[in-house]
Design a protein around this ligand. Structure first.
Ligand code: FAD
Ligand code: NAI
Length: 468
């Protein structure tokens, strides 16, 4: 039986990064991953195959189409007869995905990570370590890392299939749906709802909660709702979905909104109501691997499960279901296995929603900071007072800095606007160093750039923004 120092089950951002980092540190490593696209092995998990990457490719394509239709003329560019070729758009998206998933296979070879395609199943413990069935071959490993990720949560009354789709179906409609229903006004609902609205669909989003983007700062979610409504997304909050029936031509969703019962008819329905841990086929029961009441693998702060030598990271342990959080856990765990001090700064994880305008934040919202009993001061600065944003033709949104009133330490930074997915990195770096609003305000930012809005928001914490 082949033996490894580290065997990783799952080749998504958590697993493939853990495997590469462990190999860099001198371990003999293998990774077993079951993901298939069009019947072929495809490393990279949810993120690269049916998540982060294809959704951003479609967001970019659809944004360009909308820009040509609604903004080009303002720049003095006349375009007649712009139209969408959905199959070309999808094949471009697939090309991007192919390049990146193939890149992981290349990185595995480069780092001498042995790759198995198929399921990894925990079998038993013997004197050499944990025996795992890796795609039909038994191997043994001293350390096993479970990085099996997550799956879309199904609504029991609306099982996936036909015109009721989850993320991967919603990224591959072969034509623009006339009427698109979305259940869940979360990250996927907003991103994929935006894609198809820009391409011409009439999009209705049905959300159970009474509020919108509750995890974001109130000022950001208020502005976001205003902008998305203006674009034509039709939101219904506080709804209770009572029935979903599909036939050959579409889907009828019955829901209660207040006292009113509504029957809405859609061509396609995206159900995006969160994700659940994926432990099917893992063989947790064979070895007594402990899961929590929601099915996540239970771990301590060092990613140790209840079984010595078995660890878990990424979506399958819960917390923020984000690729960069999963990757950081992969690095931290590999370093801990090598006797180093791996560490993930959970307080400074950036969140980004790639809509237009984009939304990004890190750290505490103003409300959360106050609820923690902290005294806060805030500074806010709009993109409408920034030269570069006006040059771009997109002055929507603002940056808000939340700082501790007594120490000036930055507690959180919240952004909505064009390009904020990139601007948030500066805020995260300052927060990682325990920096203050003054540090940010005194840092030189190139002119003219959107990043000057971040500096001005930091200046505004002390009431000394210059350009407003
Ligand atoms: P996964 O990526 O789910 O990978 C797990 C892998 O393990 C899969 O390949 C799976 O097939 C395999 N596997 C499962 N069980 C077994 C087994 N027993 N044996 C072998 N293999 C197994 N996050 C961001 O940070 N930014 C984004 O922009 C973003 N966009 C997203 C868009 C969409 C539409 C979706 C659905 C998600 C998005 N995410 C985004 C979330 C991100 O994809 C996940 O947080 C990330 O993929 C989690 O990584 P992971 O490695 O833990 O799990
Ligand atoms: P989500 O947790 O972001 O949003 C789910 C929404 O569905 C919530 O608002 C919830 O209240 C609502 N909901 C739940 N049950 C409902 C019901 N029965 N009826 C109506 N509404 C209901 O989950 P989503 O959008 O599925 O995304 C899953 C995860 O994937 C995200 O939490 C995020 O971690 C990750 N992701 C990250 C992205 C990014 O970083 N840009 C992009 C897309 C996904």
């Amino acid at each position: 039986m082949d033996s490894y120092d580290v065997l990783v089950i799952g080749g998504g951002p958590a697993g493939y990064v853990a495997a590469i980092r462990a190999a860099q540190l001198g371990f003999k490593v293998a990774c077993v991953d079951a993901f298939e696209r069009d019947g072929k092995a495809s490393l990279g998990g949810t993120c690269l195959n049916v998540g982060c990457i294809p959704s951003k490719a479609m967001l970019d394509s659809s944004e360009k189409f909308e820009m040509i239709q609604t903004e080009a003329a303002d720049h003095g560019i006349q375009v007649q007869g712009a139209s969408v070729d959905v199959s070309k758009m999808l094949s471009r998206k697939t090309g991007v995905v192919d390049k990146l998933t193939g890149g992981i296979a290349f990185l595995f070879k480069k780092n001498k990570v042995q790759s198995f395609h198929g399921y990894g199943r925990l079998v038993r413990q013997d004197e050499a370590g944990w025996v795992v069935d890796a795609a039909g071959t038994e191997v043994v490993a001293r350390h096993v890392i479970v990085a099996t990720g997550s799956n879309p949560r199904e609504l029991p009354i609306a099982p996936f299939g036909g015109n009721v789709v989850e993320n991967s179906g919603a990224l591959s409609f072969d034509a623009v749906p006339g009427k698109l229903g979305v259940i869940g006004a979360g990250v996927i609902g907003l991103e994929l709802g935006s894609v198809w609205r820009r391409l011409g669909a009439e999009v209705t989003i049905l959300e159970a909660l009474p509020g919108f983007l509750m995890a974001a700062d109130d000022a950001v979610s208020k502005e976001a709702l205003k902008q998305f409504k203006k674009q034509g997304l039709d939101f219904h909050f506080g709804v209770n979905i009572t029935a979903v029936q599909q036939d050959d031509s579409g889907v009828t969703v019955t829901y209660k909104e207040g006292e009113q019962e509504v029957n809405a008819r859609f061509d396609k329905l995206i159900v995006s109501i969160g994700r659940v841990p994926n432990t099917a086929g893992l063989g947790a029961e064979n070895v007594g691997l402990e899961l929590d009441e929601r099915g996540f693998v239970r771990v301590d702060s060092h990613y140790r499960t209840n079984l010595p030598g078995i660890y878990a990271i990424g979506d399958v342990i819960g917390g923020a279901m984000l690729a960069h959080k999963a990757e950081e856990e992969g690095v931290a765990l590999a370093e801990m296995l090598a006797g180093q001090a791996g560490h993930v700064s959970y307080d400074a994880i950036p969140w980004v929603i790639y809509t237009s305008p984009e939304i990004a934040w890190a750290g505490l919202t103003e409300k959360a900071a106050k609820e923690k009993g902290l005294s806060v001061k805030t500074g806010q600065f709009p993109f409408s007072a920034n030269g570069r944003a006006l040059g771009h033709g997109d002055p929507r949104g603002f940056v808000k800095v939340v700082a501790d009133a007594s120490t000036d330490k930055i507690l959180g930074v919240h952004m909505i606007g064009s390009g904020v997915s990139e601007l948030i990195a500066e805020a995260v770096a300052i927060m990682e160093f325990g920096g203050s609003a003054e540090d940010l305000a005194r840092t030189i930012h190139a002119h003219p750039t959107l990043s000057e809005v971040v500096k001005e928001a930091a200046l505004a914490v002390d009431g000394r923004a210059l350009h407003i």
